[in-house]
Design a binder for this molecule. Sequence first.
Ligand SMILES: C[S@@+](CC[C@H](N)C(=O)[O-])C[C@H]1O[C@@H](n2cnc3c(N)ncnc32)[C@H](O)[C@@H]1O
Length: 207
Amino acid sequence: MDAAAWNDRYAAAKFVWSTEPNQFLAAEVADLPPGRALDLACGEGRNAVWLATLGWDATGVDFSDAGLGKAAKLAEANEVTAKTRWVCADATSWVPDEQFDLVAVAYLHLPEPLRRAAMSVAVAALAPGGTLVVIGHDATNITEGVGGPPDPAVLYGPDDIVGDLHSADPALVVERAERVLRAVRVETDGGAEERHAIDCLVRVRRP
Ligand SMILES: C[S@@+](CC[C@H](N)C(=O)[O-])C[C@H]1O[C@@H](n2cnc3c(N)ncnc32)[C@H](O)[C@@H]1O
């Protein structure tokens, strides 16, 4: 999907995604002291705004200005406008204007060459000593999980992401690279049932 398609998707006032932070990002950030955070492909800003409420100076980058407009409103509603900055840019070619103690990339799904370019941008934005967390729908989710993009060409696994990150900087230290399960409530004919989506979670640190 290009920026215009994402703008259409974000056009309604109602939030497309949850306004709560991603559960895996929240767990990975729990042991980090607040500093400068980058949320690459931030969408409607749920993760960047949540980080700002914890005291982080949060920058959200996305190529959808409609998404960023909603992110700014979410920041205002959470009284963290002064702790947030929104940048409309392509995540595959953006040149970071500072370095960040935390870089998060959540559910950015692109064909492999573009994904690799976005991971290279994420690595370029990472400060020495900083932590980079990548979360997305795992490649196995199509057949074994629920939800997420149905196109295998934009899905990935932990080894793909580690490969992308190490090709940008072989010195990155891998702290986690695994598949994780996320509970999802699915409507059924008889009502609703809980199933599990399979996500890919990678956490690396720059020495
Ligand atoms: C599934 S949403 C995830 C949003 C957010 N990270 C979250 O977890 O709520 C994917 C986001 O990636 C953005 N995106 C896709 N391709 C992009 C690109 N090349 N540059 C910047 N943003 C992009 C879309 O605009 C969309 O907001």
